[in-house]
Design a protein around this ligand. Sequence first.
Ligand code: ZN
Length: 242
Amino acid sequence: MTDPRLLPRTIAVLGCGGLGVPAAWTLALDGRYPLVLIDDDCVELSNLHRQVLYATAEVGQPKAPALARALLEVAPQLQVEVRQGRLGPANAAALLQGCDAVLEGTDDAVSKFAVNDWAVGAPAGVQRVASIAAAIGRRGQWMVVRSAGPCYRCLFEEPPQPESLATCQIAGVLGPAVGQVGALAARSLLRVLAGEADSADGALVRLQARGLLRTPVAAAAACRCQARGDGAADSEPWGQHV
Ligand SMILES: [Zn+2]
């Protein structure tokens, strides 16, 4: 059987909006990993202040291919694929086929939990990693989840009801704040993939008015991330990219 750690790693960028654009830009300029851009939305005029790789002429066009074109302008060697879709529990495996790392940057809590479950539900011996980011108003947060946990569900257990959440349309979102969170979430993912220490690895890092606040997440004994049984192997560093 092929050692999964010897396969080239592919990073899916889920959501090509305020978080996904700066995250994809960071990953593309790093240049080590092929990218898969996943989104089901089109560029809107109100997006342009924070989704800075889109042009006015692209309003109304699908975001993922527009972002791929913009990334190839700055990183012509980039391997980039586009997939249209909105991720949920039912289609996570299909939409993330061939990917072993995810930058989750949608505004959809269901997607964040589905990505979390994809990471911790990896088959025995397979390592997956996800950097799950969110931003609203002037605040944002991200956490890197590995297959062995701790995970998003150790912290939040279940997705909140949609009606209980503020949205960017209602609460607004500050362009520089969401841009910073997207880029930092991507940098955390790159560090973990390279086997380097990162403050968001197993911890929630929050961007607040006074700076960054790190909260380590303890693995919950009853959580699904602890049910896999081979956590010892997964807790090894990812090692150098091959
Ligand atoms: Zn967990």
